[in-house]
Design a protein around this ligand. Structure first.
Ligand SMILES: O=C(O)C(=O)C[C@]1(C(=O)O)C=C[C@@H](O)C=C1
Length: 390
């Protein structure tokens, strides 16, 4: 057997496949025009079933017993997905979403100057560090709950709201994802903050004096190894890390300490007794900045959408194929159960891309038409705490 010769045969067959595929797509394009004139939908499920059954029957050989029918079904499912993508592209209308995106691209594409920024917790909390990282000229306003952040932006009380969405150790911040469905907003910036937990106590307190430590549950779990190595220190949960630092600064007992950021030591006049006590070497939290106006900066390279998919075999695969066809890299996929449904899910996708690309606008418009629920959450740049763009 000669490999070179076999490959030459494959090349010859590929040429025929491509030529036939081009012919097929040309006719598919004419069918789209027919559908447009006769107001017919792109998808015709019965016709697809007929096509699949017919080609699958042709793929079994009763003499040799060869059976390629499963492969052929898969191949033609993909071919017809491509037909529909092309037809949808041909027919994609000028929708409200595409007009809003075009408008946002035409408008001044800069972030608000000296914005009022809503943050959860108190000063020194990681949210406030992310807010300052993204909006160095911002005026921070603190709120108790994540829902207050969405509310304050909705009411126009704040120009921007900052929310954590994911931690590299603890995973997604589910509360925030669940609130996203309730509110209309646009993501205008992303930020990746390196989290460094320190042990903070009043000036003059030594490590051996510490009997009790206070912090947020996530920080405590991220310092699990350290706390286990010191079983005589009692651990107490607190609403957030910076509030724990403030409590320590106000507490009369000198045996108390907090696990919080180094910034909290400056803000609440505490000393860093131990630096970096978390278990994992690297720990990041991702934050988003939201606004009630769609704003797409020129350097935007990340997109977020939320959508529901039909309970059908392959629906997620088909969706992801559409991203892959435009060479968009999916950077995150999150699913959250929809309340009051029988295990239906809302999917959140983050992917690379800039909406100035017309193909991407067409993809978004198509998704909006295909999905029962679809929300374009924004196109933005993600920075990291070193100031670099990630
Ligand atoms: O027959 C049609 O209506 C077509 O649009 C062609 C085609 C195909 O590629 O074969 C594409 C989409 C439909 O869902 C069914 C079949």
């Amino acid at each position: 057997m000669d490999l070179k010769n076999m490959r030459e045969q494959i090349d010859g067959i590929d040429e025929q496949i491509v030529s036939l595929f081009k012919n097929r797509m040309r006719i598919v394009h004419d069918v789209a025009e027919y559908k447009r004139l006769n107001n017919l939908p792109v998808l015709h499920t019965d016709r697809e079933q007929q096509v699949l059954d017919r080609v699958a029957a042709m793929a079994t050989d009763p003499v040799t017993g060869d059976d390629l029918s499963d492969y052929v079904r898969f191949l033609f499912t993909t071919i017809m997905d491509l037909s529909k993508t092309q037809q949808n592209n041909d027919l994609t209308a000028d929708t409200r979403l595409s007009r809003t995106i075009h408008q946002a691209l035409e408008d001044g594409r800069t972030l608000p100057v000296a914005p009022v920024v809503a943050c959860q917790g108190v000063d020194g909390a990681y949210s406030s560090m992310a807010a300052r990282g993204m909006f160095s000229d911002g005026k921070l306003r603190f709120y108790q709950d994540f829902s207050d952040i969405f509310e304050s932006v909705k009411r126009g009380e704040c120009d921007i709201g900052v929310l954590p969405i994911e931690n590299s150790t603890a995973g997604s911040v589910n509360n925030v994802y669940d609130l996203m469905k309730k509110y209309q907003f646009h993501i205008v910036r992303g930020y990746r903050l390196e989290v460094r937990h320190c042990l903070l106590a009043k000036p003059g307190v030594h490590f051996d004096d510490i009997t009790d430590v206070y912090s947020h549950t996530q920080a405590i779990s991220q310092c699990h190894d350290f706390l286990q190595a010191h079983p005589n220190i009692r651990v107490h949960l607190y609403s957030n890390t910076a509030a724990a630092a403030r409590f320590v600064s106000e507490c009369g007992d000198r045996g108390v300490a907090a696990i919080a950021s180094r910034e909290c030591a400056d803000i609440y006049r505490l000393n860093v007794v131990l630096d970096e006590i978390k278990d994992a070497k690297r720990n990041y939290t991702r934050f988003i900045a939201i606004s009630n106006k769609m704003l797409i900066t020129e350097d935007a390279n990340r997109m977020s959408v939320a959508l529901t998919l039909p309970h059908e075999a392959g629906s997620l695969y088909k969706l992801i194929t559409q991203f892959a066809m435009l060479e968009l890299n999916l950077t995150k996929l999150e699913s959250r159960p929809l309340p009051d449904t029988n295990f239906e899910f809302l999917f959140y996708f983050d992917f690379t891309g800039n909406a100035a690309n017309e193909h991407i606008i067409k993809l978004l418009t198509r998704l909006e038409q295909q999905c029962d629920y679809f929300a374009f959450l924004g196109n933005y740049r993600e920075l990291d705490s070193s100031g670099a763009i990630s």
